[in-house]
Design a protein around this ligand. Structure first.
Ligand SMILES: NC(=O)c1ccc[n+]([C@@H]2O[C@H](COP(=O)([O-])OP(=O)(O)OC[C@H]3O[C@@H](n4cnc5c(N)ncnc54)[C@H](O)[C@@H]3O)[C@@H](O)[C@H]2O)c1
Length: 254
């Protein structure tokens, strides 16, 4: 507890899922939390809950693919919290598409949100951190799909590989400014994202049971399984770590 007291953090895509779990945990650890999401209503709902529990949070409407919106959102965070210490680029989209049926539109949409959105988040956060001085931490939520491809997730896997690649290149470019860039690669996480992939509840549950059977720890991940690593990567305990990704997948890639 209180490992992030008064640290100013932004979590993108924090209205739901993994981003929500990270934002909740950051608030519990005493951080000032900006819940940034394209869906303002979900960001506002989470902000209200965190504030009601005694935490400090603001809701920021932000489409991570829109540089102007990201810049304006980070300016609002600085106005409210004084500085920006930690940027978590978590927002992402996912559709199941195969090698032969992936359309150009699906390909570009994934690249736009998961690739370009991560690049813009990294660039804009780094500009603020360099300008204010004192370094900072950028954490990108990647995926095991970015490194271990799957024939059913072609556009998604390629876009997460773009995001993963930015962890290494960003780390090298930003190290002279005292900014670290690290990643978290989740496995199969039960979040609202999967409702878009398998709309039918029974089909989704069957799919999750099949996934669980392949996972050494015997279950799929909860969003909260990722939150502890996100705290570690935001604290000085990870100060000598950059350009690397922590995989948290119950052992599925072991
Ligand atoms: N769920 C999984 O199994 C899993 C596994 C590995 C990696 N991931 C990654 O974790 C991240 C979060 O996934 P999740 O499962 O929590 O997803 P989710 O769909 O449950 O939540 C994603 C959130 O991001 C927001 N969002 C979507 N597009 C946005 C945009 N352009 N700008 C700002 N916000 C936007 C949504 O409104 C939503 O609140 C993604 O990057 C995803 O690729 C998820």
């Amino acid at each position: 507890m209180n490992r992030l007291t008064s640290i100013s953090t932004v979590v993108t895509g924090a209205g739901k899922g993994i981003g929500e779990a990270i934002a909740r945990r950051y608030a519990l650890e005493g951080a000032l939390v900006a819940i940034a999401d394209i869906d303002l209503a979900s960001a506002v709902a989470l902000r209200d809950e965190i504030v009601a529990q005694g935490g400090t949070a603001i809701a920021v409407e932000m489409d991570v693919t829109d540089r102007g919106a990201v810049r304006a959102g980070l300016a609002a965070v600085r106005d409210r919290f004084g500085r920006l210490d930690v940027m978590v680029n978590n927002a992402g989209i996912s559709m199941s598409t195969g090698v032969f049926d992936t359309t150009a539109e699906q390909w570009m949409r994934h690249q736009r949100v998961n690739g370009l959105g991560t690049l813009i988040g990294m660039q804009e956060a780094a500009e603020v951190m360099i300008e204010q001085g004192g370094g900072g931490k950028i954490i990108n939520v990647s995926s095991i799909s970015g490194r271990r491809n799957n024939a059913d997730w072609v556009a998604y896997a390629a876009s997460k590989a773009s995001g993963s690649s930015l962890i290494a290149s960003g780390a090298r470019a930003l190290a002279p400014h005292g900014i670290t860039v690290t990643g978290i690669a989740p496995g199969i996480v039960e979040t609202p994202l999967w409702r878009g992939v398998y709309e039918d509840d029974a089909a989704r549950e069957a799919r999750f049971a099949a996934y669980a059977a392949q996972i050494p720890l015997g279950r799929t991940s909860a969003a909260d399984d990722l939150a502890g690593a996100a705290v570690f990567l935001a604290t000085p305990d990870s100060g000598y770590m950059t350009g690397q990704t922590i995989t948290i997948d119950g052992g599925i890639t072991a």
